[in-house]
Design a protein around this ligand. Structure first.
Ligand code: COA
Length: 176
């Protein structure tokens, strides 16, 4: 399963490889990704490689993660992951590199991984949280079929050091 590849329109979701570490280093240094996908410390070449290897290793059973690329599997466009997999539940996470934003990359990747997880992992509910101050992520959630369920107050400390309110969204296997 760790060699899984998923095709989506104009995209390939493929396994992480060591050669992605440099692009991941650059991506995690982007101010928006550093703010909304904080890593809990500074990112250097070594930690970027550890990041890639951790995500490529699904053996713990608690996460799955794929690199998002163009159809040729080449240059990195983004990341899409399911975390906290337990029973029939999981949480969705993602980012897209600055040069690939605004073209539906995140929406298509999130939708594709969600459908695979419902069909092949037997998940029933996937949650997606984003800061209320991150409207682009709210649009991704809505367009990928994750309905808004409410607002969580000061629920997570983001990369700017502040605890932010978050919207909780979720998609169910039974949603159309
Ligand atoms: C959020 C993010 C993943 C979106 O990726 P993307 O591939 O550009 O997303 P899509 O193109 O699929 O959709 C983006 C949507 O947000 C909208 N959007 C973009 N910037 C926006 C803004 N400042 N305010 C409101 N909407 C915005 C776009 O118009 C689009 O919606 P539309 O298709 O209805 O027009 C990307 O911007 C990113 O990586 N940001 C930094 C890290 C991050 O936020 N990660 C998610 C943490 S929950």
């Amino acid at each position: 399963m760790e060699h899984l590849e998923l095709a989506a329109p104009g995209l390939l979701l493929r396994p992480w490889r060591d050669a992605d570490a440099r692009a991941v280093h650059d991506a995690l240094g982007d101010p928006d990704i550093a703010r909304w996908n904080p890593q809990g410390g500074p990112v250097d070449a070594a930690s970027a490689l550890r990041w890639v290897r951790r995500r490529a290793d699904w053996s713990a059973g608690d996460h799955v993660s794929l690199a998002v690329t163009g159809p040729d599997g080449g240059a990195l466009l983004g990341s899409v992951s399911l975390h906290q997999i337990h029973g029939e539940n999981a949480a969705m996470g993602y980012w897209v590199v600055p040069g690939a934003r605004g073209r539906g990359v995140a929406t298509r990747a999130v939708d594709r991984l969600s459908r695979w997880a419902f069909d092949e992992l037997g998940l029933h509910r996937i949650e997606l949280c984003h800061a209320t101050a991150n409207p682009a992520s709210c649009r991704v959630a809505e367009r990928a079929g994750y309905r808004a369920e409410g607002t969580l107050r000061e629920s997570f400390r983001y990369g700017d050091g502040r605890r932010h309110d978050e919207h909780l969204h979720a998609r169910l296997a039974t949603d159309r």
